[in-house]
Design a protein around this ligand. Structure first.
Ligand code: NAD
Length: 456
């Protein structure tokens, strides 16, 4: 099928490229000229494992194009995906102005039947506003469908998440649109990527599925599909806040959150995922989606208090960690603090709402000097953290630092030579905000070790 992907950020670029890789003809559109220029120069504007090769292959095969022209994308494609940002407004609601702008442009360029698919995360009932906007702006009265197809990929494993999803959710308003969406996703549903798929060729043995597995596709109405995305992200954020609240209970009662999480997570009804205590969630999705969902509840005359608690616990957990650092250092002013990990999670360069930002800013405010290292997010971090000394390696961060703080659980940090780091530090204070180290081993080396929710 011919597909147009409007917005080539973390979601649009991955999704558009993956659609091309499973055999569709994809035109990716972005109004950021520099982004399109970068892509046309065979460079990738974001860090996402495996994406560069997948883009290059599909460009070479002629199935993936990049342009700044919505007109071109709409003219050439039956299915128009909208994957632009839906950031948080000061009020906490989702800012849908990018969605509206795209809906207007699509409508003005539509000459025949099109399916307009919301890929961005949007509040329930946005589809109705998209339909209305398109109707008002399409003077030729062209037939069209609005569809919701929320995205569940995670940065860092985005390609595999697209190719091997737990489920595909599609909200439609007509049978025709449902059939088209089923056809579009057929290679994913029945896991037949086709001979030309670069991904299939290089990841044949990585499939988590048994032979003949069919990925479930849930076809709903548009409102339900929109709601599924907010409800799903809020539930995951709730699990993180739950275990983070438990971590404080553990610290105050002499229990160990790692053991408690294992003990509850092995119950299939609960599940082990998203039960890792830490410094709180961040990123471009959970914080904004939970608050947007909470605002929807207020708007419809309900007060979904649980969501408010999820956000409050998340904020409190960060403050608790900052207090932990301050307590360990006794006096923060004029101390040098080494930070390992800046991105909001490993395997991405995304700094949006990263906990590192609040933690570092609080320490700077207390008069500390901050040195930091992240394997891929430093270029992005430099734009938001202007008073930090960025180092070339974790070992440089440790040199003469008065404490070492783990904020993001990059795998390479788990493999560090902690004996050599110990020798470089002024004070052997290790604050492990992600529980990546074994406390007993660290203490044996000589560290004063502080984890999250641990009793030993
Ligand atoms: P992003 O900021 O990385 O990308 C958005 C892109 O849209 C940018 O490149 C921007 O230039 C482009 N854009 C904005 N207005 C445009 C216009 N009028 N015409 C053409 N292009 C335009 O955002 P993202 O992280 O890819 O997120 C996109 C949406 O997907 C959001 O709603 C987000 O909540 C949702 N989502 C994100 C993730 C994730 O992990 N990042 C996962 C699932 C869902």
């Amino acid at each position: 099928m011919k597909v147009c992907m409007i917005g080539t950020g973390y979601v649009g670029l991955v999704t558009g490229t993956c659609f091309a890789d499973i055999g569709h003809e994809v035109t990716c559109v972005d109004n950021d000229e520099s982004k399109i220029k970068t892509l046309l120069n065979n460079e990738i504007p974001i860090y996402e494992p495996g994406l560069e090769k997948l883009v290059a292959h599909n460009k070479d095969e002629g199935r993936l194009k990049f342009t700044t022209s919505i007109e071109e994308g709409v003219a050439n494609s039956e299915c128009i995906f909208v994957a632009v940002g839906t950031p948080q407004k000061d009020t906490g609601e989702a800012d849908l102005s990018y969605i509206e702008a795209v809906a207007r442009s699509v409508a003005r360029n539509m000459k025949e039947y099109r399916i307009i698919v919301e890929k961005s995360t949007v509040p329930v009932k946005t589809g109705e506003m998209v339909r209305r906007t398109i109707k008002f702006n399409n003077k030729e009265n062209v037939e069209f469908d609005v569809c919701s197809n929320p995205e569940f990929l995670r940065e860092g494993s985005a390609i595999e998440d697209f190719m091997f999803p737990d489920r595909i959710v599609v909200g439609v308003e007509s049978k025709k649109a449902g059939e088209k969406m089923r056809e579009l996703y057929k290679p994913i549903i029945d896991q037949t990527f086709g001979k030309s798929s670069y991904f299939y060729k290089h990841n044949k043995n990585k499939s988590p599925f048994k032979k003949d597995h069919n990925v479930p596709i849930i076809i709903t109405d548009v409102n339900s599909a929109e709601l599924i995305k907010h409800a799903s992200n809020s539930f995951l954020a709730m699990k993180i806040s739950y275990v983070n609240a438990l971590s404080e209970v553990c610290e105050k009662t002499g229990a160990n959150v790692l053991e408690v999480a294992e003990g509850i997570g092995l119950d299939k009804r609960i599940g082990r995922h998203f039960l890792n205590a830490g410094v709180g969630f961040g990123g471009s999705c959970f914080p904004k989606d939970v608050i947007a969902f909470y605002n929807i509840s207020i708007e419809i005359g309900l007060d979904f208090k649980l969501l408010k608690d999820v956000l409050d616990i998340n904020k409190y957990q960060k403050q608790r960690f900052i207090k932990k650092i301050e307590k360990a250092l006794w006096i923060v002013k004029d101390k040098t603090i080494g930070i390992l990990g800046l991105a909001f999670k490993p395997d991405t360069d995304d700094m949006r709402e990263a906990p590192s930002i609040d933690i570092i800013n609080a320490l700077l405010k207390s008069g500390a000097k901050v040195k930091a290292y992240d394997p891929v997010a430093m270029d992005v971090a430099k734009k938001v953290l202007t008073k930090v000394e960025f180092c070339d390696s974790p070992y440089d961060v440790a040199e003469n630092a008065d404490a070492l703080v783990i904020v993001t659980e990059w795998k390479e940090f788990k493999d560090l030579d902690m004996k050599s780091i110990y020798k470089k530090l002024n004070y052997p204070i290790l604050l492990d905000g992600r529980n990546i180290f074994n406390p007993a081993k660290m203490r044996k080396i000589g560290y004063e070790y502080h984890g999250i929710g641990l009793n030993h």
